[in-house]
Design a protein around this ligand. Structure first.
Ligand SMILES: [Zn+2]
Length: 429
């Protein structure tokens, strides 16, 4: 009790002057003069608009003719450019790099991963992705990266982070490269109801914003089968119950059809990859409103440029042979889709190539594709009030490109201007 009182006293001593200072500081206005503003909900383009930014927030969007600059305003001229909300990638691994040499995997350290994270967070932001959901990192390096970005120490997107991935012993989310005498185990390995409950609570204790689990085997792991289910339905139900009660969403890595169905029935919020999704899984996901997060561009990149050990390579070929057709079927059936890339499996910063696959390979309408990277992704993250559209009260997360992306989504592979939270990180106009 004494401790509680002293904390309250400290809070009142320090918090009040800070609040008072914030209220009296003059509000710096930034006027973003946009040639065209794209509404990603309707696809409508409004010409000659000015986005008024105060602090990290959009205050208003009005015709430029009606907003004159006042003394002290900062004016950014994006005349001739198409402006839209910053993009969102709900499946990244910013602390990892595309290197699948088993020895280098085994000799990674938290320090190396933190350095990777600093570099990759900047690269991702400059590619126009102002928000990411990072779904898997060891040692809670992702938590520290998120906090360093939020504190302004290093540039990067807004992040939600999962910490270590929950998975079964010997599964996709374990470490299977060494024999038993080395006793190597993934940080998030937990078997059985009590153990998975403990692991969910532990991840939340150390800073996770969401819980990531491995429902089936995967491609880039040794000795497991992407089509085989790993967690049982009961284990996943226990994970989801704890996570949701504690205010965290659950993302499930799932390739095989049974794992997709079980994870969906257990109540996870998103299915990641979904390569072998079938009609039963599609029906269950539609009924529950579960998001599908396909990660398709990585297959193109990997088949062209990847160098995988043989025990990964065959699985990559097998999954790539079926995934696009199955995802296309799910998309046409009306499953909700949010954009995710698995960036780290290929170089960070190429995230927008995923949109090209959606539009030009599986036939998604360009506006629907843009929505996967904006409104849908924000909805999945529970951040609709913060980002995903350009609207008063939301974060000033603004990007600009040279043409209307609805005419050619590939223009988003070359973003010219990036503002995140009212701060300009790139202006190559
Ligand atoms: Zn992943």
């Amino acid at each position: 009790m004494t401790r509680r009182i002293s904390v309250a006293v400290l809070l009142s001593l320090f918090a009040l002057p800070l609040i008072a200072a914030a209220q009296t500081a003059p509000a710096q206005r930034t006027l973003v003069r946009a040639g065209h503003v794209l509404d990603v909900k309707t696809g409508k383009l409004a010409d000659a608009q000015t986005i008024v930014v105060i602090g990290d927030t959009i205050q208003s969007i009005q015709p430029t003719a009606s907003v004159s600059a006042q003394p002290g305003d900062k004016v950014i001229d994006l005349g001739g450019m198409t402006v839209m909300p910053g993009m969102i990638d709900v499946h990244t691994h910013l602390t990892m790099n595309p290197d699948f040499d088993p020895y280098r995997e085994l000799t990674s350290t938290s320090a190396k991963e933190a350095i990777n994270g600093v570099v990759n967070a900047r690269t991702t932001l400059l590619a126009g992705f102002t928000t990411v959901r990072n779904v898997g990192a060891s040692g809670f390096v992702d938590v520290d990266l998120r906090d360093a970005i939020n504190a302004g120490q290093v540039p990067g997107p807004h992040m939600q982070v999962s910490g270590p991935l929950l998975g079964i012993t010997g599964g996709h989310c374990d470490e299977n490269l060494l024999p038993i005498q080395y006793h190597l185990q993934g940080d998030g390995v937990a078997d059985g109801i009590a153990a998975v409950q403990h692991k969910v609570r532990e991840n939340i204790k150390y800073g996770a914003d969401l819980i990531k689990i491995c429902a089936t085997g995967g491609v880039l792991s040794k000795g497991d089968d992407p089509q085989a289910s790993q967690y049982t339905l009961e284990e996943m139900q226990a994970i989801v119950a704890d996570a949701h009660r504690l205010g965290r969403k659950v993302a499930a890595h799932a390739h095989g059809a049974q794992g997709i169905l079980w994870a969906t029935e257990a109540g996870v919020d998103s299915i990641e990859h979904g390569s072998y999704i079938n009609d039963e899984g599609i029906a269950a996901m539609k009924k529950r409103g579960t998001y599908l997060v396909p990660t398709l561009y990585l297959e193109d990149w990997m088949l062209q440029s990847g160098h995988l050990p043989p025990f990964y390579e065959q699985k990559m070929k097998d999954v790539s042979a079926v995934a696009k057709a199955n995802i296309k079927h799910a998309m046409q059936a009306g499953v909700k889709i949010a954009l995710g890339t698995d960036a780290a499996v290929y170089p960070h910063g190429l995230n927008a190539h995923e949109l090209d696959v959606y539009v030009n390979q599986i036939g998604m309408a360009p506006l629907a594709a843009l929505q996967t990277a904006t409104v849908n992704a924000a909805d999945l993250m529970g951040w609709t009030a913060k980002t995903g559209t350009l609207e008063p009260g939301k974060w000033a997360d603004i990007i600009a490109v040279e043409k209307n992306p609805l005419e050619d989504v590939r223009v988003l592979e070359d973003v010219k201007f990036v503002m995140k939270g009212g701060v300009v990180y790139k202006n190559e106009r």
